[in-house]
Design a protein around this ligand. Sequence first.
Ligand code: NAD
Length: 299
Amino acid sequence: MSKSVAFIGLGNMGGGMAANLVKAGFTVKAFDLMEANLKAAEAAGCIPVTCSKEAVADVDFVVSMLPNGAIVESVYIDGDALLEAIPKTALVLDCSTVAPANSRRVGAEADNRGIAFVDAPVSGGVAAAAAGTLAFMVGGTEANFETAKEVLSPMGANIFRAGDVGAGQVAKICNNMLLAIHMTGTAEALQLGIDNGLDPKALSDIMLKSSGCNWSLEKYNPVPGVMEDVPASNNYQGGFMVDLMLKDLGLAMEASAASKSSTPMGAAARNLFNLHKNSGGEDKGGKDFSSVLELYSGK
Ligand code: NAD
């Protein structure tokens, strides 16, 4: 008999992830507050259910992909109280991006009830979720990490254990803070070159073979027309939204305050993305994050 998964939260990311579990042979019971997302999950082969408690009855795994930490805590503890209904033999994997403290609270409450829990936030966007090529950063015991791989493998290309519960979220926050820093730095350097008469493609080629080379320059050039198949060449549509980057940078600043770490570059990046979101008389939160170039170009 195939193993069963309750999948809670079938939005942009969760929809594709649940579909990949179906393709891998899992029986997937799906729950979302939005009827349209439930219908899409049903079309992908999931079994739609009308309440979250029904989804988790008798399952081997519970996977959640929800918007934020308050919702995650509400689903598992304070609101739906799913931890009261999840079988003690099941493993819970929360793949949402939330504060490490949210994951640790849910993990501790799960532990009190004898339920295994890992946080498993992802890197990679909607396309990677659909293609099953996400990177998972897992926080949990080694034993739970080994069990988690069975359900994460059909959804991801790379699966890492970062440490104990909450560590996956810390890894995700650090990675995205660095991504924000090198994207703003790359945009700043490219615009300086443009303002001084350089062709951005020629400058990019030079820096790609020089010490300024980085992922944003290599895979995600922010100047329209320099690279094909990146959001910059598609009017900054698709990709990773400014609003989601701001959410992750907010989590990084909370983590930095909690640990009394100095994160001046992360703070600057957060301010730059906030300035960008509110610049030019329109809300740019829905644009891809490489559009931060517009803050420098004035466009
Ligand atoms: P989304 O808003 O498209 O999907 C979230 C889904 O959760 C929605 O369908 C919503 O109806 C559902 N939901 C909300 N409250 C619920 C509840 N109480 N019970 C059941 N369902 C509920 O968001 P998304 O883009 O899929 O992102 C999900 C998570 O993944 C977020 O934490 C985000 O930060 C993270 N993430 C997103 C991306 C990306 O590119 N979109 C990349 C990496 C990580």
